[in-house]
Design a protein around this ligand. Structure first.
Ligand SMILES: C[S@@+](CC[C@H](N)C(=O)[O-])C[C@H]1O[C@@H](n2cnc3c(N)ncnc32)[C@H](O)[C@@H]1O
Length: 421
C-alpha cells in the first residue's frame, strides 16, 4: 500500500501525537509552520480531523477499550482513535481503513501492529461503531472539571461539555454594514452585532476577506470593545493585543490606538491584519509591564488559561494540566496594577480574559478593587446590545459561558469588567 508522505490524515495523527504526547498546542504547531508542506485545503482538513478526534476522544477510547486488551503505543493508539472517530462519524470506510493501515506499514517501529489496526478498524467500520451517539458526552479531564464544577455546579459543567462537543460556528466582526454583510454571506446577525456563519469552507475565500471588510472573532470576544465603547479620536491602548481582533475593532471605531504585545511573531499578525483591513494602529512589541503613557481608555485582554475557548480548541484540556495557571494569575494581577497607573483621570480600563476560572476573572477584579483606593466597576458600561443583565456578576463584571446561547450555537467563555476611578 502506498501512502503519500504528507496527507491530511497523516498530519492529523502527527498533531494528535504532539498534543497528547508532548503537551503541545495545535495553534502553536500550526503557527510554527509544522503543516506548511500541505496545501491549504489539506491543512484545514488535518486540523478538522484532529479536532474531531479530540472532541470525541473519550467516546473513541470507550469503544476501543472493548477491542483492545491494553492500550498500544501512543502513535498506534492515535491512529486507531482517528480512524474510530472518522468511521463513527460516517467517514468512508474503505478510504479510512486503507490509508490508516497504510500509515502503519510505513512506520518500521510499529509495522508489526498493522494487522491489529486493520482488524480493529474493520470491526469499527462494521457494527462496532454503531453505539457512538449513545455513549455519554465526552467529559473534561479531572484537573479542569473539578474546579469548574466547584465554581459553576455539575449541571452547568455538563452543559459546557455539550457545547465543547458541538464545536463552534464561525463568527465574524465587520468594519461596517453588519446587516448587509450578514445577507451577502448567508449568515445570521447576532444580538451583539457579530455575524455567525455555519458550514464555512475556506475562510479566506469568502467575500469580504481579501478586501478586509471583516475579521474572524468569536461573538463573546467582540464584547470587551463594545463595553469599552471607544470614541473617535480617543487615545486608547490595547495591552496584550495580538493577533489583533480587538485592535481592529478599536481602530474601526476611529480611536487613536496603540497595540502592545510581547510576542514578535504574534505582533506580525497584528500588522498583517491591519494591512488587510486598511486600519491603523501604532504597534509596539514589548512587555505590558514596561509600557508607559497616559490614556483615555485601556483594554487589557490578559494572557490566561484560555479555558473559555475549548469548543474551538479541544486540544487545550489535553495539552495542558493547569500547572502554569498560578503564574498566569499572578501576572494578571500585576498587569491590572500597571494598567490602572496608565489611566487618565476619568479614564476607563476594560479587563478581560477568555477563561472559565473565577480566579482569572471575578476574583482578579474583586482583589483589584481592594488594592486600589477609589477604583470601581462601571455596571452601566455592561448594558451593551445582546448582553443579558443576568450575566452580571456580584462585583460588577460580565460572565460569559460556552453553554449560553445554546440554541444559537453557543459563545466562548469570557469574563469582562469595566473599571474606573
Ligand atoms: C489573550 S491573548 C490576546 C488576544 C488579543 N487581545 C486579541 O483580541 O486578538 C494574550 C496575549 O498576551 C500576550 N502577552 C503575554 N504576556 C505579555 C506581556 N508581559 N506583555 C505583553 N503581552 C503579553 C501574548 O503574546 C498574547 O498575544
Amino acid at each position: 500500500m502506498n501512502t503519500p508522505h504528507y496527507t491530511a490524515r497523516r498530519s492529523a495523527v502527527y498533531l494528535l501525537d504532539q498534543v497528547l504526547g508532548e503537551g503541545r498546542l495545535m495553534s502553536d504547531l500550526i503557527a510554527s509552520g509544522k503543516l506548511d508542506r500541505l496545501p491549504p485545503a489539506d491543512r484545514a482538513r488535518a486540523q478538522r480531523l484532529a479536532n474531531d478526534t479530540l472532541r470525541g476522544l473519550d467516546r473513541a477510547d470507550r469503544l476501543l477499550n472493548r477491542q483492545l486488551r491494553k492500550p498500544p503505543a501512543l502513535h498506534v493508539h492515535n491512529i486507531l482513535r482517528l480512524g474510530t472517530v472518522e468511521l463513527c462519524m460516517g467517514g468512508d470506510a474503505h478510504g479510512v481503513v486503507h490509508e490508516l493501515v497504510g500509515l502503519m506499514g510505513n512506520d518500521r517501529r510499529h509495522a508489526k501492529l498493522k494487522g491489529l489496526v486493520n482488524a480493529v478498524l474493520r470491526k469499527m467500520a462494521g457494527d462496532a461503531g454503531k453505539p457512538w451517539k449513545d455513549l455519554r458526552l465526552p467529559r473534561l479531564p479531572g484537573w479542569l472539571r473539578e474546579p469548574l464544577v466547584s465554581a459553576w455546579g455539575a449541571n452547568p459543567v455538563n452543559m459546557m461539555e455539550k457545547a465543547h462537543f458541538a464545536g463552534a460556528p464561525l463568527d465574524i466582526t465587520v468594519k461596517a454594514g453588519a446587516e448587509r454583510w450578514a445577507e451577502m454571506l448567508g449568515g445570521r446577525l447576532l444580538p451583539t452585532g457579530s455575524i455567525r456563519l455555519d458550514d464555512v469552507g475556506q475562510v479566506s475565500a469568502l467575500a469580504g476577506f481579501a478586501t478586509g471588510d471583516w475579521w474572524v472573532q468569536d461573538a463573546a470576544a467582540a464584547l470587551p470593545v463594545s463595553i469599552l465603547a471607544p470614541k473617535p479620536g480617543e487615545k486608547i491602548v490595547d495591552l496584550c493585543a495580538a493577533p489583533g481582533g480587538k485592535t481592529l475593532q478599536l481602530a474601526a471605531a476611529g480611536a487613536e490606538v496603540t497595540a502592545v504585545d510581547l510576542s514578535e511573531r504574534r505582533m506580525a499578525r497584528v500588522a498583517e491584519n491591519l494591512k488587510r483591513t486598511g486600519l491603523e494602529a501604532a504597534c509596539v512589541t514589548g512587555d505590558v509591564l514596561e509600557h508607559e503613557g497616559s490614556y483615555d481608555a485601556l483594554l487589557l485582554d490578559a494572557p490566561c488559561s484560555a479555558t473559555g475557548t475549548i469548543r474551538r480548541h479541544p486540544d487545550l484540556p489535553y495539552a495542558k494540566d493547569g500547572s502554569d495557571f498560578g503564574e498566569l494569575i499572578a501576572l494578571q494581577a500585576r498587569m491590572i496594577d500597571h494598567a490602572v497607573g496608565l489611566l487618565k483621570p476619568g479614564g476607563r480600563l476594560v479587563y478581560c480574559t477568555c477563561s472559565l476560572l473565577p480566579d482569572e476573572g471575578e476574583c482578579q477584579v474583586e482583589e483589584a478593587l481592594v488594592r486600589h483606593d477609589g477604583l470601581y466597576t462601571d455596571r452601566d458600561a455592561l448594558a451593551v446590545p445582546g448582553a443579558d443583565p443576568a450575566w452580571i456578576t456580584e462585583e460588577g463584571g460580565l460572565r460569559l459561558r460556552p453553554d449560553y446561547w445554546a440554541d444559537q450555537g453557543g459563545m466562548d467563555g469570557f469574563y469582562i469588567a469595566c473599571l474606573r476611578r
